[in-house]
Design a protein around this ligand. Structure first.
Ligand code: GTP
Ligand code: MG
Length: 195
């Protein structure tokens, strides 16, 4: 499903610019710099597809990618960027709310959590928004290569504890490294089987 079939479609800054909701869609949400763009690149096997950078907050638009003819992958702008001006943050929150509550074909939101940090307060706000929008979400741990094997269970326990309080949470957690390839095949098959 993935190889050679992903294309960048468009970046949008308002609901009106979004492509028609005519196919299965999944989105990727997470703090600035958590590795959303890198994960999309790893999933699709195309390094330069979604831009990845060292500068937090680089992805400012909601970026739509087509996956074959039947799916959209959506890269959401990172949240929790400390230096973002308030009007920018408010505009982004409004757009995110509209997107999550108004996109009929959105089947799952993948919420990316850095393996080194676990779920933080800013993440909790997004999880609450997903609950209230009734969008099923699944946690994807990123940058697993940055922690020691023995520290994995600690972050997983923390995440499981938080998910227990969220009705929209999908219980399975996917541990990934875009750098090393861990979990990428698993995530691909999850996306491929959503209907
Ligand atoms: P914004 O678009 O700014 O919100 O960031 P993003 O979430 O798209 O993060 P991005 O993919 O740009 O990655 C941020 C930084 O983390 C880059 O320097 C990446 O190279 C690095 N990174 C991403 N994934 C991994 C990973 O699995 N392992 C390691 N070691 N580094 C990673
Ligand atoms: Mg990005």
């Amino acid at each position: 499903l993935f190889a050679g079939q992903t294309e960048f479609l468009k970046g949008v800054v308002a609901m009106a610019g979004m492509p028609p909701a005519d196919r299965v869609e999944v989105c990727f949400a997470g703090r600035s710099n958590v590795g959303k763009s890198s994960l999309i690149n790893a999933l699709t096997g195309r390094k330069g597809l979604a831009r990845a950078s060292n500068t937090p907050g680089r992805t400012q638009e909601i970026n739509f990618f087509t996956l074959g003819v039947e799916r959209y992958l959506v890269d959401l702008p990172g949240y929790g960027y400390a230096n973002a001006p308030l009007p920018v943050v408010e505009k982004w929150q409004r757009l995110l709310r509209q997107y999550l509550s108004g996109r009929q074909t959105l089947r799952r939101a993948f919420v990316l959590i850095d393996a080194r940090h676990g779920i933080k307060k800013v993440d909790q706000e997004i999880l609450a928004l997903l609950d209230s929008s009734a969008v099923t979400f699944q946690v994807v741990i990123t940058k697993a290569d940055k922690i020691k094997e023995k520290d994995r269970s600690r972050v997983l326990d923390q995440v499981r504890g938080v998910l227990a309080n969220h009705p929209a949470a999908f219980p399975e957690i996917v541990v990934t490294s875009s750098e090393k390839g861990d979990g990428i095949a698993t995530l691909r098959s999850i996306i491929a089987t959503l209907e």
